[in-house]
Design a protein around this ligand. Sequence first.
Ligand code: NAD
Length: 498
Amino acid sequence: MKGMDSSEITLGVVGAGAMGGGIAQVAAAAGIRTRLHDARQGAAAETCEKIRDRFAKRVTAGKMSAEEANVATANLLPVAGLNELADCDVVIEAIVEKLEVKTALFKELEELVREDAILASNTSSLPIGAIAAGLKRRDRVAGMHFFNPVPAMKLVEVIQAADTSAVVMDALIELGGRLGRVPVVVKDTPGFLVNFGGRAYTTEALAIVHEGVATPAQVDAIMRDCFGFRMGPFELMDLTGMDVNFPVTRFVHENFFGDPRLRSTPLHRYMLETGQLGRKTGQGFYDHSDGAVTPSTDAEVNAPPAEAIFVHSETPKLSRLIEACGARVLVEDDGQSPVLAAPVGEDASAYAVRNGIDHRRLVCVDTVSDCEQRVTIMAAPGHDAEMVATVVACFAQKRQVSLIGDSPGFVGQRIAAMVANLGCEMAQMGLAKIDDIDLALRLGLNYPYGPLELADHLGSKVTYRILEQAQLLSGDDRYRPSQWLRRRAQLGLSARTG
Ligand SMILES: NC(=O)c1ccc[n+]([C@@H]2O[C@H](COP(=O)([O-])OP(=O)(O)OC[C@H]3O[C@@H](n4cnc5c(N)ncnc54)[C@H](O)[C@@H]3O)[C@@H](O)[C@H]2O)c1
């Protein structure tokens, strides 16, 4: 296709549902002759009609000229028979997610199309290699994984199976660009980049709630305010729906043979089984019915602010925070004021014991997460509740305060380190180029940072320490650091070092 004008390319799309319709829309708008086929009679024509309506709306909104809409509409042709795709340069399949149905279709297609035609699948979960397995020519089969809704989502994962030729990969990367998408090359692995890498954010949030450390609303507020995520993990799950995110989570976990890093919690399944799917049913982790009140997540202020504080961990961020809130920093522990510390990866209990601090007066502050807007604090079991209340009141003068249960790595450190760790593991497995891992998760999931960028935002050493401590204290291999991360942390290098 190199050197060809887009108008000289003919694309076939099989499956005129949500994805096939979206792919056909962007292709026709990009000036490519597009033939849309669906097994259900009349479905392709109906979808083409809908696409024409969308073009018309774009003209009204001033996003497309009438001339462009006419050309795009003329590029779009519903076809009743699969044989009408015989002269296509590329056929993209977006039919039902069943291996036997897809393999049957590909077998039919390979008998129909030209020798040099390319066959691509938009599957979200089936191995491309398995779809290609029974074919005469496996070298011309690849994955072309778009995201929903296609016109709005810029990313396309171009998946290279064991036998996919370099020529085919180059052609699909080029086609992805012509369709106005950003193509990233990914190995044929369960969940590819986005559905695999996206597991950490939500499953770690679920683990935190499962352990009773924080509520969903608290977790969401921390991830929004301290890391700049557009949506907290529970808001995100409510948006995608438990009927979508639970099966994907289970699929990825099973396909990595139960790797504990990818494990979900019983609560996730319970939400699905009880029909609390999220926005689509009006109830998920949040109540989405009309007039529902968003729960408050900030710690209540019910004491006078602490006036004097002893700081055990000397971190500039903590001292600045205390000064900003107007408390006096004691030079020596007076034996009666709150003792503040900023552990990395440890919980308050472990920190108190390791440092010989009176756990009743210890209040831990997460200074790894950004605390310009919101501060997360936690205390050990048996803490002096009145003393903790004075620290809450002190910080509440200048910040929003999240008071959580004792946890290795608070909330922010835990979730951020788990997202980063999975990104490091993807780099270690060589699933894609480092830049592409970051790009795919930013574009595919709207993350403010890619996972390796997030590791560097925390610092590779800090990320490693959070995970090492969480693994040590919990005894859970879920937190085992990626070897990619360990090497770079030990050598003092960026997590993005190749
Ligand atoms: N929906 C998403 O968010 C999403 C995102 C990425 C990838 N995908 C993948 O894209 C594919 C399609 O998903 P969708 O959401 O568009 O599904 P959909 O149910 O909206 O559409 C599927 C269409 O395929 C047609 N079809 C089924 N079997 C066929 C056959 N043998 N030949 C021709 N047409 C056939 C159906 O009639 C239907 O119109 C699946 O593989 C899915 O995993 C979906």
